[in-house]
Design a binder for this molecule. Structure first.
Ligand code: PLP
Length: 360
């Protein structure tokens, strides 16, 4: 068996230890005689898995008691609609900050349900930075403020949490949740597709403050109403049981490895090494404002794009895979979530230096 360092943006690497444990428990979960995949979601075995996962996530993120944690399907993309459906609450306007491809998608979807005020944008800078707090133009009658703390495609991250007064702050944390400690109480809703930094695809985490639940837009489908899932412990219908279980194993892995404070240190160091390698050479470049560079997704270009294919081929031969940049930006992108070992980043940095020596 050969495992590669997989720099995919998502679905992304999972901790090897977690995969081994899942393999170990695949046919017979803790003497139950069945795989987690075969369990009733209402049986006592799965209920214990579900409860443990939620308790561990609450502990890791220090989620206050007046927040529900929902384990849903539909991806972050469904939240682009569920957020306005649940949070407009009689208002007809919402503020959105536009920092790139994922913000734009959220804005387009919200526009189907309300008037969107783009309260700040870095489009004029080609999304290489984020608007400053002072530049945000929040509207008095907005129901909430939505932003994307980490733009997965552009590799741009907010170095601050927007201050929104009494308006609930909503964050699409798909590619940054669990990468560092955050103050959950600053947010009304946090949502994330699991396949980047939580677990396998199929699970979507939604952390929502209690007072924002229970007043959906008229005509909201039952499955799109937060209340439906809050009241039923995310068991209104069949939840994504296996993904929930695997996410739970990841939470335990995080706890064993020092929690989110430890992850923050490691992630800062990993990304720092990669940016130093890029900045230290004329052969590689990253266009993002250094104050807003992502710890999780590091895009970079080669001075000569004709070498892109060779770079990718040679990297792959060394076990460094999925480095091709998003089709909308080209170049390369190294996604280095929690599960990417530091040795993987070291191997990439070493390869980049070697490649430059031979081709630069
Ligand atoms: C991947 C991603 C999405 C889309 O997630 P799905 O789960 O595929 O719907 C949305 N927002 C961000 C920031 C992402 O990284």
């Amino acid at each position: 068996m050969t495992r590669v360092y997989n720099f995919s943006a998502g679905p992304a690497m999972l901790p090897e230890e977690v995969l081994r444990q899942a393999r170990e428990e695949m046919l017979d979960w803790q003497g139950s005689g069945m795989s987690v995949m075969e369990m009733s979601h209402r049986g006592k075995e799965f209920m214990s898995i579900a409860e443990q996962a939620e308790a561990d996530l609450r502990e890791l993120m220090a989620i206050p008691d007046d927040y529900k944690v929902l384990f849903l399907q539909g991806g972050a993309s469904s939240q682009f609609a569920m957020v306005p459906m649940n949070l407009l609450r009689g208002r007809s306007k919402a503020d959105y900050i536009n920092t790139g491809a994922w913000s734009k998608k959220a804005i387009a979807e919200a526009g189907r349900y309300c008037e969107v005020n783009v309260a700040g944008t870095s489009e004029a800078e080609n999304f290489s930075t984020v608007p400053a707090q002072e530049a945000l133009q929040l509207s008095a009658d907005a129901a909430y403020v939505h932003y994307t703390p980490n733009e997965t495609i552009g590799g741009v991250e907010f170095p601050y949490v927007p201050e929104t007064g009494d308006k609930p702050l909503v964050a699409d944390m798909s590619s940054t949740i669990l990468s560092r400690p955050i103050d959950v109480s600053k947010y009304g809703v946090i949502y994330a597709g699991a396949q980047k930094n939580v677990g396998p695809a199929g699970l979507t985490l939604v952390i929502v403050r209690d007072d924002l639940i229970g007043e959906p837009l008229e005509g909201t489908p039952t499955m799109f109403d937060y209340q439906t899932h809050a009241k039923s412990g995310s068991m209104y219908n069949t939840p994504p049981t296996y993904s929930w279980y695997l996410a739970g194993l990841v939470f335990q892995w995080l706890k064993r490895n020092g929690g989110l404070a430890a992850m923050a240190e490691i992630n800062k160091r990993k990304s720092g090494k990669l940016y130093a390698a890029i900045d230290g050479s004329d052969f590689y470049a990253n266009p993002v404002d250094p104050a807003c560079r992502s710890w999780m997704n590091v895009p970079f270009t080669l001075a000569n794009p004709d070498l892109d294919a060779t770079f990718l081929d040679e990297a792959k031969a060394r076990g460094l895979t999925t480095l091709k940049g998003h089709r909308s930006v080209g170049g390369m992108r190294a996604s280095i979530y929690n599960a990417m070992p530091e040795a993987g980043v070291d191997a990439l940095v070493e390869f980049m230096a070697d490649f430059e020596k031979r081709h630069g």
